[in-house]
Design a protein around this ligand. Structure first.
Ligand code: FE
Length: 517
């Protein structure tokens, strides 16, 4: 009996030792994450978050990252791309200001997004060279050299004894879908899945956890409203995790659709934010080194309200420095607007009308003008309209293109818009289009009239649009069937400024140009 007692004691001590051993081997890792920062240096009103309280901004993110890293050294901060293009300071410096600010944001690694290519890929390389944090991409190549456009597909980083293999990729489809053709001429985006498998294999045995920073999926809805179904928006991420085993964590961007509750697919934890610095996600992981498994995760996902977080003073200085540099351009007042110029992804919008009308006004001998909803990035407030606001609203260096297109191809073009994957086409005066969302994609357009006459499939029309759309951007590939193509080299933004200057007071209305039935 006595020996049994000793045996029991021995077993108890042993099991205690084992459990304390495995507990000791449970390691904490905190991952802060963002995506689609889009140069939102300053807090701003996002109507669907709050009509009165500003959210986001780099100075608030900098404070939170510093705070988190100071309170817990096992903290990393990742971003999944699209930091360029948004409020004017990015466009006017071709991203330079953004890289400078990000150098002080406490980032450990980021993936390159499509908008990093908005000023051409040579500019991408030029600006990336100024980054003091790793920018990762492993599947966009330069055709001539066969080398990656940027030098790093992945890095290995050790945190709390956990070896992280951090890979950066861009969805091939998303890349071609949402970059302007001429900006990426000479590049070759290759299948992300093939390269993901390759890099995971290369990292085998050298790392404990695989973190994928990726930019892919359906583009973010550009609307003054919010986004919809999170799982639907991240379908591409869910599928990728299903197809490629071995990804422990995926930080993803492009759909602008946040994950208050992380998605889990095939054991991969998938996280993302709603873009524009609205949130700084925080994912706390427990990793068991013994079993090589993430045993638990907790996601903290809150709106970053400006009135709750103090500004980082160093970041404020950087922001001021860049704003001052471009002040003489951005402060110029163009006109006064009687109402806010808002955006919509599914219907006519006042900002969409302005862009299309301005383009047609620059080349009045044409039938009508159209522009993509995805190109409208920020509302313009009522009251004084400045050049800075217009750049922020339309931050692309796109030019006006004149096309001659067959009516049947134009019908197809309106159908693609009505499919809503990339948003409806915003149209100039003279267009009346309506569609029925309950009908299948490709058969939704109910009515198209040009200057009061139904669209004739056999007639040729003179159409004005952006070089982005004319080259087939946002899936509008039917523009490539144009019978004539003339790039005027006039920037759309310049046409907007010129057009608005004609008005002492701009008083736009919704006129029934693009209607959802
Ligand atoms: Fe994107």
């Amino acid at each position: 009996m006595k020996s049994f007692k000793y045996l029991l004691l021995f077993v108890l001590i042993l099991s205690g030792a084992i459990s304390s051993f495995s507990r000791a081997d449970e390691r904490k890792l905190t991952v802060l994450y963002t995506n689609d920062l889009h140069s939102h240096f300053e807090p701003h009103i996002v109507p669907w978050v709050s009509k009165t309280r500003k959210v986001g901004g780099f100075a608030n993110i900098a404070t939170l990252v510093k705070r988190e890293k100071a309170s817990n050294e096992h903290t990393v901060y990742f971003d999944a791309g699209d930091f360029f293009t948004g409020p004017y300071v990015s466009s006017l410096t071709k991203g330079e200001a953004v890289i400078d600010a990000m150098n002080h944001l406490g980032l450990d690694a980021v993936a390159a997004g499509n908008h990093e290519f908005d000023h051409g890929w040579k500019n991408t390389q030029y600006q990336f060279a100024k980054a003091k944090f790793p920018i990762l991409n492993g599947n966009i190549f330069v055709k001539d050299t066969g080398k990656l456009v940027w030098n790093k597909p992945y890095i290995i980083k050790k945190v709390n004894g956990i070896r992280l293999g951090i890979i950066g990729l861009h969805g091939k489809f998303a890349f071609y879908d949402t970059t302007a053709d001429e900006m990426i001429k000479g590049l070759d985006a290759r299948d992300e899945e093939v390269y993901l498998r390759k890099y995971i294999k290369e990292l085998e045995g050298k790392t404990d956890l695989i973190v994928l920073l990726i930019h892919q999926g359906i583009p973010g809805t550009q609307s003054s409203g919010g986004t919809g179904d999170v799982a639907r928006n991240h379908k591409k991420d869910i599928e990728l995790a299903r197809n490629v085993p071995g990804i422990d964590l995926m930080v993803t961007g492009h759909p602008h659709s946040g994950t208050p509750k992380p998605l889990v697919s095939n054991g991969t934890i998938i996280v993302s934010t709603d873009a524009y610095t609205i949130e700084l996600g925080k994912l706390e992981l427990i990793y068991n080194k013994e079993t090589d498994k993430i045993t638990s995760h907790k996601n903290t996902f809150n709106y970053l309200f400006d009135d709750e977080v103090p500004d980082d003073p160093q970041m404020l200085k950087i922001i001021k420095k860049w704003k001052d540099k471009v002040k003489t351009i951005t402060d110029e007042e163009v006109t006064t607007s009687s109402t806010a110029l808002t955006r919509s992804y599914s219907e006519e919008s006042l900002l969409g009308n302005l862009v299309a009308d301005a383009m047609l006004d620059a080349f009045p001998g044409n039938d009508f003008a159209v522009t993509n909803s995805g190109g409208l990035r920020q509302d313009v407030d009522a009251g004084a309209v400045t050049v800075g606001e217009l750049i922020s609203a339309f931050p692309f260096p796109n030019t006006i293109v004149q096309l001659q297109m067959k009516g049947s191809d134009l019908r197809e073009m309106f159908e693609h818009g009505a499919g809503l994957t990339n948003g409806i086409l915003q149209a100039s005066k003279g267009v009346e289009m309506s569609y029925d969302e309950s009908k299948p994609i490709g058969k939704r357009v109910v009515k198209v009239e040009i200057k009061g006459v139904p669209l004739d499939d056999n007639k040729t029309y003179k159409v004005i649009t952006s070089n982005f759309l004319a080259d087939g951007g946002d899936g509008f590939v039917m523009f490539k069937k144009t019978l004539k193509y003339k790039n005027t080299q006039i920037e759309i933004l310049d046409s907007m400024v010129k057009f608005l200057k004609k008005f002492n007071r701009y008083e736009p209305n919704i006129e029934g140009r693009v209607k959802k039935l």
